[in-house]
Design a protein. Sequence first.
Length: 442
Amino acid sequence: MGMSQHRRILVPVVGLGVVGMALAACSGGGGGDNGGGGDSQTVSIMGAFTDAQAAAFQADLDAWSETSGITVTYDGNTDFQTAVVARATAGNPPDIAIYPQPGVLKSQTNTLYPLEELGLDVEAITADQANGLGQIAQVDGQTYGLPYSINVKSLVWYNPAAFEAAGLEVPTTDEELTALQQQIIDEGLGYPWCVGLESGAGTGWPATDWLEEYVLRYGGLDEYNAWIAGDVLFDSPLVNEAGDKVATELLEPGKINGGGPAAATTSFQTAGNQLFVEGVDNGQCFMMRQGSFIADFFPEDIKAQIADGDLSNIDFFQLPSPDGTPTAMLGGGDLVGAFTNNEATAAVVEYITSAEFGTNGYASQAIFLSPHNDFDTSFYTTEFQVKAQELLAASELFGFDASDQMPGEVGAGTEWTELTSWFAGQQSMEQAFQNIDASWPR
């Protein structure tokens, strides 16, 4: 699909009602119910991203401010998690915070306002989003945050030139994916999958993503969320089924160069380099399931091709769902929460979480992907953004990264280490799952 880059400024439509009320409202410096009556029209936002991304975010808000009359200031802090907790504890939080993970947000629901209390129609805002996006930051039926930008993980990266040279076709079903893997092995072309679990202190997290893909598909959103909450065990029929599927995909002979033990010690950053070599003797692999961010780790010549819109050597398709399961997208994203309850803050939250956000310039950031299916993709500047948006729009479910929402000692602890040990052949899947369950704080 071709793209045109827009530089015009659009008037945000969805927030006009709230903006109209906000013109007479005052935003406080954070941490209170400041309903109106003052002269100040400044809303403060704090987030984790800095540098070029922060500048583009501020520029988008500045353009919106010209029509809304509300000044918005963004403060990026690389130590956001510590800073936002400290400021809220001291009674001086920003008006709005943008959380890269839902865990910290949910820990602050005693000081954040439910978006419904700000007068926002959450159901209307999320009406054009994949099922699951609006539920990420819900607590006891109230919504404390909504995504403004997401990333997608259910992407299978491949080299189109290598596929063509080998006579391979992109699979559209799980059955076709299985047949493709067997074809690669039977014809001695190389290895179906590139997999790397090594990530320093975070070694193992790519394995959690693989497991989450199939828990989401086999269990659906309710069971997936129950697993996150600890109500569904790892050593349960659902998660065992998902684990068996992962083992079938990755741990059978010939699926990965060197098998699971090699994957356990291969860096996730360099695993994809084998997409661009030729021949089984050189360790050529044909597919890598990984998030949209992985493009930053490809070889320099491939990154240059991506920047030029040349997809002849790298592209992706969505991981097919097993027969009878929903089309699903695993991912993450940044969530918007509010510490103040007034019309100005509500107007800013409504704009940032709307399908209009990004049309004032922020969509030029390759990292940005709107959670809205109705977003105008002509504002994107890369083909990857457009394609990822199309895949998201076609997905029935969106599952936010499960390990990021589990207790830290599990999702960023035992799950990483135990799954790595399983891949390395040091223990069975069943033992790994039982060990993770035993570590869960209950």
